[in-house]
Design a protein around this ligand. Sequence first.
Ligand SMILES: Cc1cc2nc3c(=O)[nH]c(=O)nc-3n(C[C@H](O)[C@H](O)[C@H](O)COP(=O)(O)OP(=O)(O)OC[C@H]3O[C@@H](n4cnc5c(N)ncnc54)[C@H](O)[C@@H]3O)c2cc1C
Length: 465
Amino acid sequence: MSIFEVNKGGYAVGSGAYSVFNKNIKTELNDHGEYHYVFKKSNDLEVASCVCAMTNSRDNETTVAEELYGAVDGIKHNPTIGYYSELYAGYVEEGDYRLNGSSGGLTTWILIELLRNKKIDGVIHVKATNDGPVLFSYAISRTEEEIRAGAKSRYYPAEYSKVINEIAGNGEKFALVGIPSLLFEMQLLLKYIPSLRNTIVYTIGLICGHQKSTKYAECIAWECGIAPGNLRHIDFRKKIANEPSNRYAIELQGVIDGEEVTIVKKQNELFISDWGHGFFKKKFSDYTDDVFNETADVSLGDAWLPDYVGDSKGNNIVIVRSPYISDMIKEGIRSKRINLDLLEAQDVIDSQSGLVRHAHNEIGYRILKRKRAKEWCPSKRFSGYRETPFLRRRIQDVREKIALSSHKKYKDAVDFSDFYSFKNSMRIHIFNYRLLYLLSRINEDGFIWFLRSIKKKISMKHIRK
Ligand SMILES: Cc1cc2nc3c(=O)[nH]c(=O)nc-3n(C[C@H](O)[C@H](O)[C@H](O)COP(=O)(O)OP(=O)(O)OC[C@H]3O[C@@H](n4cnc5c(N)ncnc54)[C@H](O)[C@@H]3O)c2cc1C
């Protein structure tokens, strides 16, 4: 299938991979704050299809991961997690990695260890920028200080073609940090441009609920009084002492009425805060079934597990595939510089249960809908339709509506300088989502769950007072 359908249907990942493969293709930000491709010649369309996560019929995450890790000594495989040699949960003990990281700080720790051990000359990750209309972009860090300064999760789109095209073949070695489909497309580039393997030598994967457009950050700021165009910086993950780690805050720096302001707002107090709703979601995220970044040398996420989530300082889950990173982590545990517990595969799956259900169990329903509407859509590993209960199908329908309309309604609101028109137009979908979710939970977990959740909400309100 050609990447023409992919791009036209809005399914392109927007990693920049096409533009690394074929310099005639440009990766640009569209009006909705999403990266898409601009083609010069019609034959460019076909040329890059081998590095596209949405069209490729020859390679998928399983086949590529098998080529990368299938022969690693002692490697195990789980259909949901992919390959792994060890699974952990925990945090960095030494220094202030954990304090300055989004979860347990292990991503930054691994990057710095690779640099100290001279395995890499630098890191390609998503950092704050003053360059152009975006707040964050892929950039290079060559020193420990620069890598540390790049810590924290950016719920923001980024493309790597500009950086990769600059450094390819310059003799330096880099680790690339990325979310699942972006790293998978990098693995396809490494396969089809083997010389690039001398440049990108490690891939560090983040688990990802879904990719947001740039408007997610802008909309949060607008709700807090910072008008579009006046947001200067956003910290999406500010830890709140003595709160569970999934109750974090967002810190914004911007300008209101000519004055520089800093605003901190709890994530769950924001209109678009619930990730389940899928505001400003990029379409490809609904058509990927790679939850655990299966083609990365190591994957990191949040330990959303009962034994860890209560700790406001944050904990990672870690899925190790590269033998060198495996040894580095074991040495870190032995020397007590990092604190990690071994996990079972089921614990890792449970830490992302909502995402696994959305990306594995229910992707078949989304694909079936496209087929019934006689639309082209990508074919995925988990695309076989699994029986999805009526209420869960309706939840999927509403999620889709929220994602689609949020892009359009937000643009209209900006054109009319009226945030409330956006909020009002989305309220009905949120109401429907909440009602369906509640009914679905009662249906699955029984009425006792409903009474317990009300009791929990009342006691949380009591504690806050
Ligand atoms: C869009 C997105 C969605 C996510 N969804 C989930 C989820 O559903 N479940 C879950 O468990 N975890 C999710 N994560 C991962 C989680 O937020 C943390 O990033 C992860 O646990 C690593 O934490 P840390 O403390 O080890 O990282 P830190 O030490 O804070 O380092 C983070 C590193 O990642 C780099 N980085 C940040 N954002 C990006 C980006 N967008 N692209 C490339 N590099 C980046 C930074 O530059 C830094 O080097 C998501 C991350 C992103 C970016």
